[in-house]
Design a protein around this ligand. Structure first.
Ligand SMILES: [Zn+2]
Length: 117
């Protein structure tokens, strides 16, 4: 399962960040997932919860933010959302567009409870 590996990398980052911030508990993790990253949110949540057991992230809430696929056309200098896999400019029809977003897989936000709370 592809999501397990992703959940493992996320968990590694979360735990090391939490440790650096001297967190007692991880409350919330937001992950930005591009539509092209091919990640199933349900499986990712499942794997995340599985790996979080017996760690300080055990009760953390995982929020998955979907990032739409965006393209850029250098002819019109415009940016647009690509829907239904139509990889061309929606103004001039140019097929040589650049992908601006949609492949990301990154941790957006991390909410922790630190020692002083
Ligand atoms: Zn264009």
């Amino acid at each position: 399962m592809h999501e397990l590996g992703i959940a493992q990398s996320i968990m590694q980052i979360v735990l090391s960040e939490a440790e650096r911030a001297r967190a007692r508990k991880v409350l919330k993790v937001t992950v930005k997932v591009g539509e092209l990253a091919g990640v199933l949110p349900d499986s990712l949540t499942f794997c995340f919860n599985l790996l979080a057991k017996s760690t300080i992230a055990e009760h953390a809430l995982l929020t998955i933010e979907k990032v739409p696929i965006r393209g850029y056309c250098s002819q019109c200098e415009s940016e647009f959302v690509i829907a239904d896999h139509r990889y061309c400019c929606n103004t001039c029809g140019n097929k040589h567009i650049e992908l601006v977003s949609g492949r990301e897989l990154q941790i957006g936000q991390l909410e922790i409870e630190d020692e002083t709370d």
